[in-house]
Write a protein that binds this ligand. Sequence first.
Ligand code: SDX
Length: 427
Amino acid sequence: MTDTAKLTAGGGETEYPVLAGSVGPDVVDIRKLYANTGMFTYDPGFTSTASCESGLTYIDGDEGVLLHRGYPIGQLAEQSSFMEVSYLLLNGELPSKDELESFSWTISRHTMLHEQLATFYRGFRRDAHPMAIMCGVVGALSAFYHDSTDITDPHQRMIASYRLIAKMPTIAAMAYKYSMGQPFLYPDNSLSYTGNFLRMTFGVPAEPYEVNPAVEKAMDRIFILHADHEQNASTSTVRLAGSSGANPFACIAAGIACLWGPAHGGANEAALNMLREIGRPERIPEYIARAKNKDDPFRLMGFGHRVYKNYDPRATVMQATVREVFESLKVSDPVFETALKLEEIALNDEYFIEKKLFPNVDFYSGVILSAIGFPTEMFTVLFALARTVGWVAQWNEMISDPAQKIGRPRQLYTGPTQRDYVPVEQR
Ligand code: SDX
């Protein structure tokens, strides 16, 4: 017997089925609400709205749980690799050794970019934000890879998916090199996915580049932590763009644009800039007060989350990884101490406790990325690089969903009702 939800409104009572997932909140299926009542639901920000059915990622915000195809993020971060998690997200199961080798080999065969795209970079100013370059170059991919833009062809969808996952590290590294005025390095497929990215980013043609295994492991773990995250703003953007039948390169470019916002993926850059601005622990109370001041637009970057009302499990892993990277690189950064102190003070402050504001994935990531050598402008580029597999997996799931149709929300109209045009002489 399916549970139902009754609605008494608009002069009558209507009933809607309640659907249950494998875990997490049930949903009220309101697809017939407008036809039955002539009314819409109203949920700006989609705080209580499930936009789709998905089997990719499950988040329990109260418990601080994050599962990818059922596997806890802590176990994946500790025991898996970004290539293996990518396979898992795309295919639903962990690969066998042979399946992983074949997948990694296939991805490595798509790491090069069409040579003319290198010219595309030269159209940007050297001081262009690398996210602006990322938006432009990824959007331009559909001008070069026409043979994988037909979304009705599963084979073309798979090729486009592999191309996007494989080329993002190359595109990201080239954006960094361009900003540095250094020559681009071609991929070296004898390296791992992450090792290849590090070499393309920090290597130079003038000398060999040795991948530091500790940095490679930390970077790979950071990619795992950013791979997918349910129906966040950028993933919802990719799904909405994809629902119109747009080609996958255009959809991922839309997701990159959305991720750039400081309320979303841009928070990692903003969080490190904020920590550097705070500087010394003695200045933390001033910023906590600003974050609590309703009249001050300032927010603690890297804190709070729409879904997590507990500690973001990714932030836990990220904090531990800071210590590992500092230890292996024999470096330290006073910003980390400031971050730890800020977290301690905030988590004991009534405001943050009452609003359930905890550090999120972006709070510590910048500290590690800075220690590895990335400038803050590259932080969101790295988030986009890793999230591409999640966007691509969600896009494929949406296209294969028989229930999917073009996304077209309605509105509560509060503008002027109909009135007649007044010629300018009479105004
Ligand atoms: C990511 O969705 C995802 O899954 C995203 C992500 C992913 O992997 O895709 O997890 C990645 O985007 C992480 C979030 C990164 N953003 C930041 O760190 C920016 C700072 N955080 C906030 O802007 C905010 O917390 C959001 C945007 C993350 C969430 O905002 P919500 O869910 O819309 O919550 P809200 O703005 O309604 O805040 C609720 C209350 C408000 O106070 P009241 O109006 O109720 O009095 O909490 C306050 C807010 O003012 N608040 C904060 C705060 N975050 C929320 N106050 C101070 N500092 C903050 N960081």
